[in-house]
Design a protein around this ligand. Structure first.
Ligand SMILES: Cc1cc2nc3c(=O)[nH]c(=O)nc-3n(C[C@H](O)[C@H](O)[C@H](O)COP(=O)(O)OP(=O)(O)OC[C@H]3O[C@@H](n4cnc5c(N)ncnc54)[C@H](O)[C@@H]3O)c2cc1C
Length: 483
């Protein structure tokens, strides 16, 4: 065991841990380009180098599978942490394991203690957002996934042997094509979703409003009266940031009569829930997710206090927006009860599934099952749940027609839109340490079965001799030796 006094020691410990676990595993795969005789043929492509992509890449690596990860952003810009996220700290507990999977030395906790010591760890309440980003950057350095940055997936065609992936290389503008046997869509919370813009915004030009997820510099709100619609964590983060940037006032307009108080999703979290969820019946999944939606998730305690300690922050409940109009350089909001006037409006109204977001996604929508194709709840109808992808327990899409079955069985949905099918195994930090190994094992299993004959032939023709033939001599016949 290394005595860990700094990150260099921790990195040495990680090397030892990998050695003790025989990682990297013996290479076992027959490279696809040998089988298919094709250039640019890769076994496993992960789209997205955020936390989920990194965790999956590590989980595959521990199975002896080297994936290629693609991300549209520049190195160091992955995920929401440095751009659209505005919270001071993560909601998750500081002990969250996430992409570290089952490697103690790869955890945030180990990384933090190696640099700042046990005493500071005890004093730490929640993980600061930017520190989580720094941790993920370090995580990449020590786990060394193969990442191609500035590769924006612009098209995807599924076929019997895998997917053809088209990327725009954002560094040089070239279009690059890869043929991938297994493709994982790990593009984050908005992979298949777009900001939800309520219909009351339909005729309002976008000069004086934006969605909370919009990349924007809140210093522009200095001395302005700001309205924020929503009650979520995002609403609190936007409100607090606007106030800290000098907004004159922030009025938060909530449709609900009160904030939700209990985070039911968090309460549900335990090993039994994580291990069993993919195997729940359709009705169990639907009913529970319907319940979670009705209960709603409260904004974190700290995020709410971050707003409420400002004297110019106002919480308005039971405010149902009737109309929004822009005139005389102001936004006028009429609710059922009041008339509000703002300089600028922020919509913290979440995301909704948008299958038309990309043309390749529309193709997936048209040819694979959604929940409405498989399970309909007449008692608890919900349009957004019914549009969610209906996946196998291994995150695979399921073709609507038998002919396309094998095409889609190598395309995996490893992002938040898989939540109804896969529950806590996707999208959140504390689920990814279960989801990534689960998916990695499923892919390993499929790679082997896909080329079963070749793998068995390799065994039959192996020249990995245990015995050379010179370890013994054939003895004289037993009878001869008795005389
Ligand atoms: C504001 C915010 C706060 C959150 N706080 C918490 C929290 O406290 N606790 C918790 O458990 N979870 C939290 N989450 C949820 C979740 O942990 C994060 O969304 C996390 O970033 C998910 O990781 P990911 O890898 O799935 O997605 P991301 O980190 O978003 O990574 C996806 C990557 O895909 C890339 N990409 C997207 N489209 C393409 C494309 N077409 N081509 C190539 N690359 C592409 C993106 O550039 C990005 O780097 C939060 C989410 C948000 C948005």
């Amino acid at each position: 065991m290394v005595n860990i006094r700094n990150l260099t020691d921790l990195e040495q410990q990680i090397k030892e841990d990998f050695t003790h676990l025989n990682i990297p595993k013996k290479s076992w795969m027959i490279p696809r380009n040998h089988l298919e005789n094709e250039k640019n043929h890769i076994d496993v492509a992960i789209i997205g180098a955020g936390m989920s992509g990194l965790a999956l890449s590590l989980a595959l690596y521990t199975e002896g599978i080297n994936a290629i990860v693609f991300d549209q952003c520049k190195e160091g810009e992955e995920g929401p942490w440095k751009n659209t996220a505005r919270m001071e700290t993560l909601r998750s507990p500081k002990q969250a394991i996430g992409p570290a999977l089952s490697f103690p030395s790869l955890t945030f906790q180990a990384w933090f203690k190696a640099q700042f010591g046990q005493e500071h760890w005890e004093l730490l309440d929640k993980i600061p957002r930017l520190q989580w980003h720094d941790y993920l950057q370090w995580f990449k350095k020590v786990t060394q996934p193969y990442i191609l940055y500035e590769h924006n997936l612009i098209d995807l065609n599924v076929g019997e042997k895998g997917s053809t992936l088209y990327f725009k290389n954002l560094a040089n503008g070239e279009i690059q094509t890869y043929m991938s046997s297994h493709t994982i869509l790990a593009m984050g919370i908005d992979s298949f979703s777009s900001p939800n813009i309520p219909t009351f915004m339909n005729n309002v030009s976008n000069h004086r409003w934006e969605h909370a997820y919009h990349r924007s510099n809140y210093h522009k709100f200095k001395n302005l009266d700001i309205g924020v619609i929503g009650y979520s964590a995002g609403a609190m983060d936007s409100s607090a940031t606007a106030l800290e940037c000098g907004a004159k006032s922030v009025e938060i307009l909530c449709r609900c009569k009160d904030f939700p108080r209990v985070n039911r999703g968090k309460v549900a979290f335990n090993s039994g829930y994580l291990n069993s969820y993919p195997y729940w019946s359709d009705q169990q999944k639907w009913d529970f997710n319907y319940y979670l939606k009705q209960e709603r998730t409260p904004a974190p305690h700290g995020s709410t206090l971050r707003v409420s300690h400002h004297k110019n922050a106002y919480f308005n409940f039971d405010e149902h927006v009737v109309s929004v109009k822009e005139y005389q350089n102001k936004i006028h909001i009429q609710t059922k009860k009041h008339h509000f006037i703002f300089d600028y409006l922020i919509l913290a109204t979440g995301f909704s599934l948008n299958w038309s977001k990309y043309s390749w996604l529309s193709y997936i929508r048209d040819h694979t099952k959604q929940w409405k194709d498989q399970y309909i709840s007449n008692e608890l109808p919900d349009n957004s749940l019914s549009q969610a992808p209906y996946l196998t327990t291994n995150f695979e899409f399921i073709a609507k027609s038998k002919q396309l079955d094998s095409d889609f069985s190598r395309l995996y949905c490893f992002n938040y839109s898989a939540s109804l099918s896969q529950g806590p195994l996707v999208g959140m930090i504390s689920g990814v340490e279960h989801g990534a190994p689960h998916l990695a094992k499923a892919i390993s299993h499929k790679i082997y079965l896909d080329s079963f004959d070749q793998y068995i032939n390799k065994v039959k023709h192996s020249e990995d001799f245990e015995l050379e033939g010179n370890e013994w001599e054939v003895t004289l016949p037993y009878v001869t030796r008795q005389s």
